[in-house]
Design a protein. Structure first.
Length: 328
């Protein structure tokens, strides 16, 4: 997508100019993973014009393979970000209807060629929200992952501005059948997947852990990851992270308090850090949890949608913040 941001904390209604850059949930994850040393490939469809070419150039500049990006139509999805300050929160305004990706077809990709040598596939709920044609391609990708033994991670990323809970539910419930690593909170599992909590539990953490474990008892999900955020002001937050493993183990990291330069993409950076950590050692989520939290916190200090930190830079941040005993 094309992101347009008024400079200097200006509101959209007051803006006379906008800063342009490119992003999007899965694209942000791939850019970050590329900077962490992984070979990444982006699957999408962008317009056959200057905006589409600029979006592809953005990905190439960050080392992402764009060979399977399709071209066609004239619209690139756009969104406007009104950056919050102090007690005024940030706001996001979408303009995504009829974008090029909504014209993608099920037979436009060579799934065997793409997935036969793949190791990991990441997708978010935002993709599922875009159009029925996009959902059809997404599930063809998931079937190919199942065929070739590719691990799948999924981030709910539910956006009420794109679709309703009732519209989203059946697709979230279908996609979970393919997922190995899930990024989710209590709302996602309880409301979207309709897994009920124990009424005797009192805290949100207890309820989240309970429904996550119930989910993993009946699916192939191996891990549930997520973050908890405390908003002191729009530019001063605290972030902690959690992991619930299929065997019932629960891991936590943080909180870390930090100042924010640009909050957009913090969740995508967390996902990329988790994926990186699990690819390093799938059996020990503690390193992944620590690495994911650090990657997310660092992203908040960078302008733009994606983290561009190297593994060494993230590890140095972990050391500096008093967590030198990182096991790799």
């Amino acid at each position: 997508m094309l992101r347009l941001t008024p400079p200097d904390y200006t509101t959209i209604s007051e803006a006379k100019s906008f800063i342009a850059n490119y992003g999007g949930a899965e694209a942000n994850v791939l850019v970050s993973l590329s900077h962490l040393g992984h070979d990444t490939v982006f699957l999408s469809r962008v317009p056959d014009n200057q905006l589409g070419s600029s979006a592809i150039m953005h990905l190439k500049r960050h080392g992402v393979n764009t060979d399977y990006i399709l071209r066609g139509s004239s619209n690139l999805g756009m969104y406007f970000v009104e950056t919050g300050f102090g007690g005024r929160p940030s706001k996001v305004l979408y303009n995504r209807a009829h974008s090029a990706i909504t014209r993608i077809g099920e037979d436009d990709l060579d799934y065997d060629e793409i997935f036969s040598n793949a190791e990991w596939f990441h997708m978010s709920g935002i993709t599922l929200a875009l159009h029925e044609r996009v959902r059809a391609v997404a599930f063809k990708c998931l079937e190919a992952c199942r065929k070739y033994g590719v691990k799948v991670s999924f981030d709910f990323n539910y956006r009420s501005k794109l679709w309703t809970i009732e519209e989203a539910k059946p697709y979230f419930q279908k996609v979970i059948e393919y997922v190995d690593v899930l990024f989710a909170n209590f709302f996602d599992i309880n409301t979207m997947l309709e897994i009920q909590s124990d009424p005797l539990l009192e805290t949100n953490e207890e309820k989240r852990n309970y429904v996550a474990k119930k989910l993993m008892e009946k699916t192939n999900v191996q891990y549930v990851f997520g973050t908890d955020r405390i908003v002191h002001t729009a530019t001063d937050n605290s972030l902690s992270s959690y992991c619930i493993r299929k065997d019932g183990s629960v891991f936590k990291e943080g909180p870390i308090r930090f100042s924010i330069y640009d909050r957009i993409g913090g969740g995508d950076a967390f996902s990329s850090g988790i994926i990186h950590g699990l690819l390093k050692d799938f059996d020990h989520p503690k390193f992944a949890l620590k690495f994911g939290l650090a990657t997310s916190v660092l992203k908040h200090t960078l302008y733009g949608d994606a983290s561009v930190m190297s593994e060494d830079e993230v590890l140095e941040f972990i050391k500096t913040n008093g967590n030198a005993a990182v096991q790799r």
